[in-house]
Design a protein around this ligand. Structure first.
Ligand code: CMC
Length: 391
C-alpha cells in the first residue's frame, strides 16, 4: 500500500517510548535512568545498576542486599540441565549453547510470569539473573571438558563468575580483586543501550507475550552476530591476524575502505554514535589501567592504538563519522583477565541481561501491541499455477 514508509534497519523509526536509557549519538551521551554512564561506571556496582535499570531507582542498602540474597536463592540450576549440556559437542560456540540453555530453562520453570504481579516478576528476574550467570560459565567449562562449578554464597555476583569459570576442584581459588573490579565496570558499561538489535529482538519476541526467558534467549541469538555483540570476538581475531601478518595496520585500513572487499574494521562505527562512543572512552582508559596493574604487556594493545590513530586521521573514517565503539577495546581487557576469545560475546550477554529484562518488563507493563512491521512488496504480480510438465 502507498501509505507504508520504508525504513530498512529502522534508521529513523521509533519503535516504542522508553524511560530506561537516554542516548545522544551526536554528543556521545549515555544515561541509565538519568544517571550518566561515567558516574555509574565509577561509583556503582553491577548489581546496583541492574536494580536501577530493572526497577527504576538506585537501591537502598537493604534493597540491594535483599536483591543479592534473592538472586543467590535461585542460583542452583536443575541437575537435568547437565544432560542437555552433555549433548553438545565440546567445539560448540558458547553463544549457541547459552541461547539453547536459556531456552531450556523454560522447561524447568514453565510458569508464565505475569508482569503485572510485582512479586512474581521479582522472582522471575532474580531467577533468571542467578541461573544465567551459572549457565554462562558452564558453556566455557563444557568447552574444556571440566567439571561444572556451583555458585558460592559467600562471595559476590561478579566474583562468583570468575570462580565459576576458573576454579578447579583440586585447588583453592581466589579471584584477583583487580579483575573483579574491571569486570564489574565492563558489565555496567554493557548493561543497556536502548533499542539496539538484541534488545529490539527481546521486545519484539516478548510483544507476542512469549515469556521472559524465551524473549531473552532470542536476544542472545541476535547479540551473537558480528555486527552487534559478536564484534568483540571479531575485533580480537582481527588484531591477532594483523599481528600475525607483521602488524601492518595500514593494510587493514585499506581493506576496510575497499568497497569490493567485504572486510570491515571491526569495533568501528555505530548506528547512533556519530562523534564518539562514551563507553569506548571509559574502556580504553580501563584497558590501560588493568593491563598495567596486572603487569600484562600485550602487543595487541599497541596494534589497536595504532589502528585507532590511523583510522581517526583517515578521510574515509572521518567523513563517515566512524569511531571506535564499545567492542574495540573490551576484548583486550577480557584477554588480559584470562577470558578466552570465544567467550567474549557471552561476557557481553551477562552485562546486557538486566537491560533485556528491564526492556521486556517495560514493554509488557506499557501494554505495547504486538510488533508487526509492514513491507513494500516487490515480488511477482498474480500468475497462474504451472503443472510440473510446464515448468
Ligand atoms: N569499516 C569500514 N566501513 C564502515 C564500517 C567499518 N567498521 N562501519 C561503517 N562503514 C561504512 C559503510 O560501508 C558505509 O559506507 P558508505 O556510506 O560508503 O556505503 C558507511 O560507513 C555507513 O555504514 P552503515 O553500514 O550504513 O552504518 P550502519 O549504521 O548500518 O551500521 C554498524 C553500523 C555498527 C553495523 C557498522 O558500523 C559496522 O558494521 N561496524 C563493524 C562491526 C562492529 O563493530 N559492531 C559493533 C557495534 S557497537 C556494539 C554493538 O552493537 O554490539
Amino acid at each position: 500500500s502507498g501509505a507504508i514508509t520504508l525504513d530498512q534497519g529502522y534508521k529513523n523509526t521509533g519503535a516504542c517510548k522508553s524511560e530506561i536509557t537516554f542516548l545522544d549519538g551526536e554528543e556521545g551521551i549515555l544515561h541509565y535512568r538519568g544517571y550518566s554512564i561515567e558516574e555509574l561506571a565509577d561509583k556503582a556496582g553491577f548489581l546496583e545498576v541492574c536494580y536501577l535499570l530493572i526497577f527504576g531507582e538506585l537501591p537502598t542498602v537493604a534493597q540491594l542486599e535483599e536483591f543479592e540474597s534473592h538472586i543467590r536463592r535461585y542460583t542452583l540450576v536443575n541437575e537435568e540441565m547437565k544432560s542437555i549440556i552433555d549433548g553438545f559437542p565440546r567445539t560448540a560456540h558458547p553463544m549457541g549453547v547459552l541461547s539453547a540453555l536459556t531456552s531450556a530453562l523454560i522447561a524447568f520453570n514453565p510458569k508464565a510470569v505475569n508482569p503485572d504481579n510485582e512479586d512474581e516478576l521479582y522472582e522471575a528476574v532474580c531467577k533468571l539473573m542467578g541461573k544465567f550467570l551459572v549457565i554462562a560459565s558452564w558453556t566455557y567449562r563444557k568447552s574444556l571438558g571440566f567439571p561444572l562449578n556451583y555458585y558460592d554464597n559467600t562471595i559476590g555476583y561478579v566474583e562468583n563468575f570468575m570462580q565459576l569459570m576458573f576454579k578447579l576442584p583440586t585447588e583453592p581459588y581466589k579471584a584477583n580483586p583487580v579483575i573483579v573490579e574491571a569486570l564489574d565496570k565492563l558489565f555496567i558499561l554493557h548493561a543497556d543501550h536502548e533499542q539496539n538489535c538484541s534488545t529490539s529482538t527481546v521486545r519484539m519476541v516478548g510483544s507476542s507475550h512469549a515469556g521472559l526467558f524465551a524473549s531473552v534467549s532470542a536476544g542472545i541469538s541476535a547479540l551473537w552476530g558480528p555486527l552487534h555483540g559478536g564484534a568483540n570476538q571479531a575485533v580480537l581475531e582481527m588484531l591477532e591476524e594483523i599481528q600475525a601478518n607483521g602488524g601492518d595496520a595500514d593494510k587493514y585500513l585499506a581493506k576496510a575502505k575497499d568497497k569490493n572487499d567485504p572486510f570491515r574494521l571491526m569495533g568501528f562505527g555505530h548506528r547512533v554514535y556519530k562523534n564518539f562512543d562514551p563507553r569506548a572512552r571509559i574502556i580504553k582508559k580501563a584497558a590501560d589501567e588493568v593491563l598495567s596493574t596486572l603487569g600484562v604487556n600485550d602487543p595487541i594493545l599497541e596494534i589497536a592504538k595504532k589502528l585507532e590513530q590511523a583510522a581517526l586521521k583517515d578521510e574515509y573514517f572521518v567523513s563517515r563519522k566512524l569511531y571506535p565503539n564499545v567492542d574495540f577495546y573490551s576484548g583486550i581487557i577480557y584477554r588480559a583477565l584470562g577470558i578466552p576469545t570465544d567467550m567474549f560475546t557471552v561476557m557481553f550477554a551477562i552485562g546486557r541481561l538486566p537491560g533485556w529484562i528491564a526492556q521486556w518488563k517495560e514493554m509488557r507493563l506499557n501494554k505495547e501491541p504486538i510488533g508487526r512491521p509492514r513491507q513494500v512488496y516487490t515480488g511477482s504480480p498474480l500468475r497462474s499455477f504451472k503443472e510440473f510438465d510446464k515448468r
